[in-house]
Design a protein around this ligand. Structure first.
Ligand code: GTP
Ligand code: SPV
Ligand code: MN
Length: 589
């Protein structure tokens, strides 16, 4: 036993009585224990060791073919009252859900080992951090949680011997049966139950389940925010660093933006970008009245396809050691990994993500799953921020929303004020991606990139955002919206994106400091096309003008769709946002 905390011990006893494992192993986080677990995981064929010279400490894992992404249709928020989950979540009465799941968990770990994983979301010793305990029958989960969280006995020190404030996570792979797969949250009980999956977002319970769904609910009650945001710092040539939090939906560019390398025109002046986090931010008003953010995670669970030395060298370097790859290609010639978009030289003698022989030169099928991922320690990242472990977090100057929009949304615009900024976040829409099961490329509303992750009624969530703005007052960050994904008539992306997104961040920070001009449009403040630095790019200012164009007809159609979307929230929809919509319609004419 690693703790004397009776609340933990009683709960673990209950979970053991329910799932009936042959053996219970408490995870202390020691290297010795991890070495033994990696060996065991290799021995049972769950993971395979990769080339120790080329990829030291790295492993590859394949999930079942039916188990490659989050499953939103099988994800539930089980609050006492249905209206507390709201219309954007699947809801079931907690009593009914426990009653349905209990027989499924009964004896599910017979013949297996239960691993008890204590972990901290956020730096050990930070007032903003919170503790979770996950019990699981998967070594893969233990090894991933080791990278993604502060795992082991320190987490119990963080919790203390008396506290009952920890998130109880129960996970079993069971039979990986997609028909009986459930990812269930009981926000009022600080509890998550997940069964019949082995895929990241469904089973690494510290991530989306705790750090967003449960934490967003806690944040509403405790006066802070849990958001689907990267955190980055931009250092100017004088050495001052300003921090930005940016919310984009899954597979829409958070990891890439968080680690961007400024283009030459900025680099040679001395600009640098530092990564604090790539997926989740916990934000709180500090003693100085500003908004401060920590990254609750300790690693990156990043999208592999498209990651290469040109698009995101920092992410690629992060995966060069102590990384777990899931659902990528295994190159058998040198026992390394490959995925679409890594380079133009796919291996010929390889195993694809389904575990079949694969020849990248002749096969018509993709070798890596579009949602294949790497789990890499944050400390591996060449541009990891010096503030990564700072218990205070970092002060946020700007909040940026964004999504994949082929047409409507311009490259960048700024909200008129906080309330309008909350409106801008609430009307976000994006094309769906492979990060969740279901159709890809369909435009859907995804407010603040939180549609699949908000653990309570989205109308109340909007109200919470508005309240935070009142509390922050003049110290509130400025709010912006970006779109890297506008396409031309042939469907090609117009904006170069990736490192060149620095050119847009630069305007954003200049606006925060009152150093850049703007034009008032119907949707918000936009840069003058000339104020986006295009030195070194092979596009001219007219292209920028086009990217900033606001098509009133498209926006009128969008306004109608927003009205319909808003109506689903009934009387929980804050009047201030309905008012913003009316004002937008008026400005559009
Ligand atoms: P999650 O981990 O699912 O939350 O995703 P994410 O938001 O971190 O997305 P990520 O940075 O992994 O990018 C997802 C995909 O978008 C990758 O295939 C990238 O190559 C692509 N992408 C990222 N940034 C840009 C950009 O600026 N322009 C274009 N065209 N594509 C981008
Ligand atoms: C996302 O889908 O937003 C991810 C990956 O970051 S997962 O952990 O599966 O949620
Ligand atoms: Mn994400």
């Amino acid at each position: 036993m690693l703790t004397n905390n009776k609340n933990v011990l009683t709960w673990v006893d209950e979970m053991v009585a329910l799932t009936k494992p042959d053996k219970v192993v408490w995870i202390d986080g020691s290297e010795e224990q991890l070495i033994a677990l990696r060996e065991e995981s290799v021995a049972i064929g769950e993971i395979k060791k990769l080339n120790e010279e080329k990829l030291p400490g790295c492993y590859i894992h394949n999930t079942k073919e039916n188990d490659v992404a989050r499953v939103e249709h099988r994800t539930f928020i089980c609050s006492q009252k249905e209206e507390d989950a709201g219309p954007t979540n699947n809801w079931k009465d907690p009593k009914e859900m426990y009653a349905m799941l209990t027989p499924m968990f009964d004896g599910v770990m017979k013949g297996r080992t239960m691993y008890v994983i204590p972990y901290s979301m956020g730096p050990i010793g930070s007032k903003m951090s919170k503790v979770g305990v996950e019990v699981t029958d998967s070594i893969y989960v233990v090894l991933n949680m080791d990278i993604m969280t502060r795992m082991g006995k320190d987490a119990f020190v963080q919790l203390g011997d008396e506290s009952n404030d920890f998130v109880r996570g129960l996970h079993s792979k069971a039979d990986i049966d997609p028909e009986n797969r459930y990812i269930c949250h009981f926000p009022e009980d600080n509890t998550i139950w997940s069964i019949n999956s082995g895929y990241g977002g469904n089973v690494l319970l510290g991530k989306k389940c705790f750090a967003l769904r449960i934490a967003s609910y806690q944040g509403k009650n405790e006066g802070w925010m849990a958001e689907h945001m990267l955190i980055l710092g931009v250092e100017n040539p004088q050495g001052e660093v300003k921090y930005i939090g940016a919310a984009f939906p899954s597979a829409c560019g958070k990891t890439n933006l968080a680690m961007l390398i400024p283009p030459d025109v900025y680099a040679k002046q001395g600009y640098k970008v530092w990564c604090v986090g790539d997926d989740i931010a916990w934000l709180r008003k500090g003693d100085d009245g500003r908004l401060w953010a920590i990254n609750p995670e300790n690693g990156f669970f990043g999208v592999a396809p498209g990651t290469n030395l040109k698009s995101n060298p920092n992410a690629l370097h992060s995966t060069e050691k102590n990384t777990i790859f899931t659902n990528v290609v295994n190159n058998l010639d040198d026992n390394t990994v490959w995925w679409e978009g890594l380079d133009k030289n796919p291996p010929e003698n390889a195993i694809d993500w389904k575990g079949n022989p694969w020849n990248g030169k002749t096969s018509a099928e993709k070798g890596a799953h579009p949602n294949s991922r790497f789990t890499a320690p944050a400390i591996n990242c060449p541009c990891i921020s010096s503030e990564f472990n700072n218990p205070q977090g970092v002060p946020i100057s700007a909040i940026v929303f964004g999504g994949r929009r082929a047409k409507t949304a311009p490259l960048v615009y700024q909200s008129f004020d906080w309330t309008h900024g909350v409106f801008v976040g609430s009307i976000m829409a994006s094309e769906t991606t492979a990060a969740a099961a279901g159709a890809v490329g369909v435009v859907r509303r995804d407010p603040m990139a939180m549609l699949p992750f908000c653990g309570y009624h989205m109308g109340d969530y909007f109200a919470h955002w508005l309240k935070m703005g009142v509390s922050l007052g003049d110290n509130a960050p400025k709010i912006f919206n970006v779109n890297w994904f506008r396409t031309d008539d042939e469907g090609h992306f117009i904006w170069p994106g990736f490192g060149d997104n620095m050119r847009v961040l630069s305007w954003i920070l200049d606006r925060c400091e009152g150093k850049a001009d703007a034009v008032e449009t119907a949707i918000g403040y936009e840069p003058n096309a000339e104020d986006i630095n295009i030195e070194g790019l092979d596009i001219d200012v007219d292209v920028i003008r086009g990217l900033l164009d606001v098509d009133a007809d498209l926006w009128k159609q969008d306004a109608a769709a927003i009205k319909e979307f808003y109506s689903t929230f009934g009387d929980k929809m804050p009047a201030a946002l309905l008012d913003e919509l009316a004002k937008l319609e008026k400005r559009l004419g």
